[in-house]
Ligand binder design. Sequence first.
Ligand code: IMP
Ligand code: MG
Length: 173
Amino acid sequence: MEMLRVLITRDQIAANVAELGARITADLAEQSVVLIGVLKGATIFLADLARQIKVDSTFDFIAVSSYGGATQHSGEVKLVKDVDYSMEGKNVILVEDILDTGLTLTFLKKLFLAHKPKAFKIAALLDKPSRRKMPIEGDYVGFKIPGEFVVGYGLDYAERYRNLPDVCVVPRE
Ligand code: IMP
Ligand code: MG
């Protein structure tokens, strides 16, 4: 753990998440919302963001296969766990930890739109625009960061470091 370098502190995250929550609350104009978290990386962000959203909210979760033990994306996205409830006619916000190549969110957006939500938005704590392979953007983005591999605040490296309160950079050997 000593080799990790803090990129975004817990205080910066808290301030930013509060702002995102306020924006989402204003945009929803007292309508209800379904927050759909992408397991497992988005869990901590979703927990904090949800408490900053001041309208009626429900949670759902999906799981996709993405990274294994390596820092390179396989390029293949597969739905491993679907939502528990219908999103038809609902205001849906897909909550992701990080927007990287955009492969995952492009796949999920197409899948979700087929279920006819009333509105579909993407919230991502982090965004690495320089790494994008698909033309997709988040609607509520916390921080744009360089194309380095990061961990903490839900994000992992081979399942480790999710519990770190700060977002940290893992140096490449
Ligand atoms: P994308 O499909 O390339 O946009 O990748 C999105 C997924 O890759 C995220 O949900 C993360 O699970 C994972 N990911 C991308 N970059 C990082 C990183 O820097 N640290 C940890 N996980 C990452
Ligand atoms: Mg993830």
